[in-house]
Design a protein around this ligand. Structure first.
Ligand code: GRF
Length: 208
């Protein structure tokens, strides 16, 4: 059984897709052992509570500096001892020490086709604003393992989504979530839980 910790910041629709996937049996061998939010009062916390998942807030605002926040976050993760950490819209930069220690055991969902529209400053609605500004006709989402670089780890899954005439950033964000994020994140977790993938030379390959 793969024990996962899901880290969130806001709405938690990806968290919900994981909860629903486990319930429906499309994600197997997986248990959500906890949720950490870096924000108070967000819908993600309600979703966790409703599903009976222990959830807690670790906010940088509650600590004197980033080093103390990082320590509190790391201590909590270690106490929970998950097999996999899922960053589902987590907007805090993960401490480097933690990334090293959990090599190939942290996944992130990003709302574009990496390496387009990713890296510093590309988060939330901004990603979709930039895609519309550039006039791309196809965007999508990517699930990847997290390494020391920003959005640079081995890519596990990607799914394209069409940009439509008249799209606003909000419309595009919604379509990318519905058609890509909520599909590929649960599937990637199921693949990891069932030992279907491995990382070789910084690339994800499917086991024979
Ligand atoms: C998603 O678009 C995800 O790709 C990005 O942050 C958003 C989180 O949405 N990293 P939600 O909290 O899962 O609804």
């Amino acid at each position: 059984m793969l024990k996962i910790l899901v880290c969130v910041s806001g709405g938690g629709t990806n968290l919900q897709a994981i909860i629903d996937g486990i319930k429906a049996g499309s994600i197997t061998n997986t248990e959500i052992i906890g949720v950490i939010s870096n924000n108070y009062g967000v819908k993600s916390l309600e979703r966790a509570e409703k599903a009976g998942i222990p959830a807690e807030v670790i906010s940088p605002k509650d600590f004197a500096d980033r080093a103390q926040f990082n320590k509190a976050f790391l201590d909590k993760v270690k106490e929970m001892n998950p097999d996999l950490v899922v960053l589902a819209g987590f907007l805090v930069r993960i401490p480097e020490e933690f990334v090293k220690e959990y090599s190939n055991r942290i996944v992130n969902i990003h709302p574009s086709l990496i390496p387009s529209f990713c890296g510093v400053g590309y988060y939330g609605l901004k990603v979709h604003e930039k895609a519309l500004e550039r006039g791309v006709k196809i965007t999508g989402a990517t699930v990847h393992f997290v390494n020391e670089g920003m959005d640079e780890g081995p890519i596990i899954a990607q799914k394209p989504v069409a940009v439509e005439d008249g799209d606003t950033p909000e419309m595009l964000q919604k379509r990318v979530m519905e058609q890509a994020e909520w599909v590929i994140l649960p599937k990637a977790i199921d693949d990891i839980a069932n030992g279907r993938i491995e990382v070789v030379n910084n690339k994800v390959i499917r086991k024979a």
